[in-house]
Design a protein around this ligand. Structure first.
Ligand code: NAP
Length: 303
């Protein structure tokens, strides 16, 4: 049977690159929608400019499913008012631009699979968070809520919609792990804040496999947490990386007030405690290859 054609927004990013690799390996056709020209010769890259409302109208040609990963980096710059608008608009205006195009070119696209983030729950202590938990009343909670609402607007176009509330994706190619591991490599890695905050991590391969799982199971729709079933605290994570890299873990924690002074409101990204359940996605038959952190780090760093 002919495999689907998948259009990925933000396909040049950490998850997009790995997902593209896997989709191509499995015989799918992949296109990217990007602000740039695209570096991967195996995929056709269409361009858009979300700020200007411009999109290459050919991007939907032959496409069955859109995977929406585009969005300005949450932890890249301090959260000024201007930056917050960029963080939101790059996720909401972008999907709205695609929906406008789908309205003009109906009966092509059938499925939308979009990233969201566990930032939806933000800082919740030891509460076990499920997909039914309420969103946080801070910027992260607001950003994820309006992002998901913008994606849900596609229901009116009779699209199957899946939203994946992504946790901290562990990969050596980018994301949170390399900057966490760097001081550890120099023997000065340590926990942040109290170190007791829960980190909803997931191995990049499981994240990619989960995209494939929801893509291939038409009965799946709605929102799912994208996290491994065994969350750890910030201190446990840092210690596990130190153990895997055979480095000492000896320094006292970096106090929360220093992180707040350095990062401002963005310190939430490292200080928030978010303990997230993986039960719902597991109940759809998804099996994690890397449910445990130690095995994940062993696989990522070798030996
Ligand atoms: N990685 C994680 O740990 C994690 C955790 C939670 C949620 N997520 C979410 O999952 C999605 C994918 O994550 P990722 O780690 O692959 O992200 P990423 O590496 O930062 O890539 C995101 C892509 O979005 C596009 N982009 C960046 N700024 C943009 C802007 N202002 N307007 C439009 N497009 C823009 C870029 O593609 P082009 O340059 O090709 O346009 C970029 O490659 C993101 O929405 C992210 O927030 C990721």
């Amino acid at each position: 049977m002919q495999k689907q054609h998948i259009l990925i927004t933000g396909g040049s990013g950490l998850i997009g690159k790995c997902l593209t690799e896997e989709l191509l390996k499995q015989g799918y056709t992949v296109s990217h929608l990007s602000r740039g020209e695209g570096k991967d010769s195996r995929v056709k890259t269409y361009q858009w400019n979300v700020d200007r409302g411009q999109i290459d109208e050919n991007c939907l040609s032959g496409v069955d499913t859109i995977v929406h990963l585009a969005g300005a980096g949450i932890a890249d710059k301090r959260w000024t008012k201007k930056r917050k608008k960029i963080l939101i608009d790059s996720r909401t205006q972008s999907i709205a631009l695609l929906y406008d195009l789908i309205k003009r070119k109906p009966n092509l696209v059938k499925n939308i699979i979009s990233a969201s983030a566990t930032g939806y729950y933000s800082n919740r202590g030891d509460e076990l968070l499920t997909e039914d938990s309420t969103p946080a009343k801070d910027f992260l909670g607001y950003c994820c809520t309006v992002w998901e609402q913008a994606v849900d607007a596609g229901k009116e176009l009779n699209l199957r919609i899946v939203k994946l509330r992504t946790g901290v994706v562990l990969s050596r190619r980018g994301g949170a792990l390399p900057p966490l591991a760097l001081p550890v490599k120099f023997g000065v890695g340590t926990a942040l804040g109290s170190g007791k905050q829960w980190i909803p991590w997931i191995h990049i391969q499981d994240a990619v496999d989960m995209y494939l799982h929801v893509l291939e199971n038409n009965a799946i729709q709605g929102v799912f947490n994208m996290v491994a079933p065994n969350p750890v605290t910030n201190k446990q994570l840092t210690k596990a990386v130190a153990k895997q890299l055979r480095r000492p873990y000896w320094l006292p924690n970096v106090p929360a007030f220093i992180l707040r002074a350095l990062l401002g409101e963005m310190s939430k990204v490292v200080l928030a405690s978010t303990k997230v359940s993986a039960d719902k996605i597991e109940s759809t038959g998804f099996t994690f290859k890397y449910p445990l952190l130690a095995d994940t780090l062993k696989q990522l760093y070798g030996k």
